[in-house]
Design a protein around this ligand. Sequence first.
Ligand SMILES: [Zn+2]
Length: 239
Amino acid sequence: MNADTRNQELRTRNHLTLKRTLRYFLIALRDFIFPPVCLGCTEHETGHGLVCPQCLEQLERAPLPSNALPALQPVIHLRALGHYRPPFSNLVHELKYRNRRSLAPVLGKSLAGLLMSDGMLRNAELLVPVPLHPARLRERGYNQSQLLAEQIAQASRIPAADSLRRVRNTRAQVRLDDDARQKNMAGAFALRPGAAVAGKKVILIDDVATTGATLSSAAQALKDAGAREVLALVVARAR
Ligand SMILES: [Zn+2]
């Protein structure tokens, strides 16, 4: 390496260090002027975290009891951290639509805690995230449910696998009634080639459950492929 190249390299390195220092300085300045506000309640300041202690406590404390959604079969057991309202609704929204992937470890840790404290979920053998349609995945760049499943797998040591794929790009469900949702979702999922679910007790992972139509359709695909039992774990329930 000649002296010129070395000088050039040093200059580049100094330039990068300067840029990094400047960025840290600007972040510190911004945090001083606008202290970071909790993504869950959008009220409390958080210091350096994403979520304030009050909301974190809710994430750890408030799991809803199992089941009783109209369209849940063949999911035999569903648990959620909470109802779809703050802080849960805000956190899901940030993770899903505002590219706040750094929330996945926070939510994943709470979900893993719920999983390990629940008698039925605890001894499952496989975590399967509800997949996005490839078109939506391209648009968003990531599948929030997959990020959650990976985090839960790390904490619980139950393996996660992307066993399902979406074969139809279903209509947005927001304006559909319960029956229409069920029809809209029927046959929306298929097993990925090579996915091994036969004989296994599987937990579906998703961000939100509303009627249960999506979970139900995904569970049916797993059952058709021979899964022994299908249960579900979500961040929030909209009902
Ligand atoms: Zn908060």
